[in-house]
Design a protein around this ligand. Structure first.
Ligand SMILES: [Zn+2]
Length: 356
């Protein structure tokens, strides 16, 4: 890790091409920033739509590809909400969760912390206990049948305000499912100041949950400072604007507080104007623990393997450099130490065999 601490990933070279894509596809990976409903691929949405024929969502996967091409951000929100509307009972929740794990297994994602927003589903009428049983049932099946370890981050939908924060805290602490490891905050940042959520994060942290709010995605570095100083953030969702504040980058680097970077998402939401302007290079050069993630992959026309390829291009990485990024995610995860060592070992073995 020393080479990362000095701000340079090992194996920096003009890589690329099909060889690197094949390396990425087979690389064992962990994902730390990916949303539950936002991971519903056209295949999964077609299955859900077939369960609810009265919905306006097409049931044919080919038609869904068109349905998922967004005219603008408002259209994206509209489509996202129509998918949320398909999650109506516990079986929908179980199906969605298990099928998301299946899409992960295909990409050799071995471990994922999935951001779940229980408030949205439970407010729509799914009983809270049934919701928890559905995600836990899917988690156990995914581990046994697909080899994918899932953990949960319960997040507050920030736009729904303090009532949603109180309810999310109740669900996390009173009904705490075994897979729950962390507590988050999503939704828009503009007009939704982070500090107002302090009492809820205090309670969650006191109960042993890790703090992982989104911050600095669409607002400046002060929001990241707020997340760190007020909400006790142990990782930062996005943190894109941290690159504008050298003192903040230094703070993150010194404390090994990881950024969950989601390049394609940042372009799709216009948080960053173009991939070539993405600040991931500045973050890495400052020695920050950078992880690469997919956020809402089918919604943004991407997946984790594509995000690794994008990061490899932006950072000029060869296979060894890409493997270092994958190890960053293992380090920054909330896995048990023995599980971290095991997955890091798999990454190293895979990389060594690829070279030899
Ligand atoms: Zn997110």
């Amino acid at each position: 890790m020393s080479d990362i601490a000095t701000g340079r990933l090992p194996g920096t070279a003009l890589g690329g091409g099909g060889g690197l894509d094949a390396f990425i596809a087979g690389l064992p990976k962990a994902e730390l920033h990916v949303h539950h409903v936002g991971s519903a691929s056209p295949r999964i949405v077609a299955e859900l739509a077939a369960r609810h024929p009265d919905s306006a969502v097409p049931t044919d996967p080919a038609a869904l590809v068109d349905y998922f091409s967004f005219r603008d951000f408002a259209h994206f929100i509209q489509v996202y909400l129509s998918v949320v509307d398909l999650i109506r009972d516990a079986e929908d929740v179980r199906l969605l969760t298990y099928e998301v794990a299946r899409d992960m297994a295909r990409q050799n994602i071995r471990y994922a912390e999935l951001t779940v927003t229980p408030y949205s589903s439970i407010r729509r009428g799914i009983p809270d206990q049934a919701f928890m049983e559905a995600i836990e049932d899917a988690r156990k099946s995914a581990a046994a049948e697909l080899g994918v370890t899932l953990r949960w981050c319960f997040d507050i939908p920030g736009e729904a305000g303090l009532a949603a924060a109180a309810e999310t805290t109740r669900l996390a602490l009173d009904l705490r499912p075994d897979g729950l490891v962390s507590f988050g905050l999503g939704g828009p940042e503009i007009g939704v100041p982070r500090p107002q959520f302090k009492p809820y994060f205090d309670q969650a942290r006191a109960a042993g949950l890790h703090s992982v709010p989104h911050s600095g995605e669409t607002t400046g570095p002060q929001t990241v400072w707020d997340a760190l100083e007020v909400l006790g953030a142990e990782r930062i969702g996005h943190g894109t604007s941290a690159a504008q504040d050298p003192r903040l980058l230094e703070y993150l680097a010194e404390r090994r507080i990881a950024l969950e970077v989601c390049p394609t998402s940042n372009i799709a939401t216009r948080a960053v104007a173009s991939l070539d302007e993405h600040p991931i290079g500045t973050m890495v050069a400052a020695g920050v623990l950078v992880t690469v993630n997919s956020d809402d992959p089918p919604m943004f026309g991407t997946d984790l393997n594509t995000e690794y390829a994008v990061a490899a291009r932006l950072l000029g990485l060869d296979p060894a450099g890409v493997a270092a990024l994958a190890r960053n995610a293992v380090e920054a995860s909330f896995m048990e130490p023995a599980d971290k060592r095991a997955l890091a070992g798999e990454i190293d073995t895979y990389t060594t065999n690829w070279g030899g």
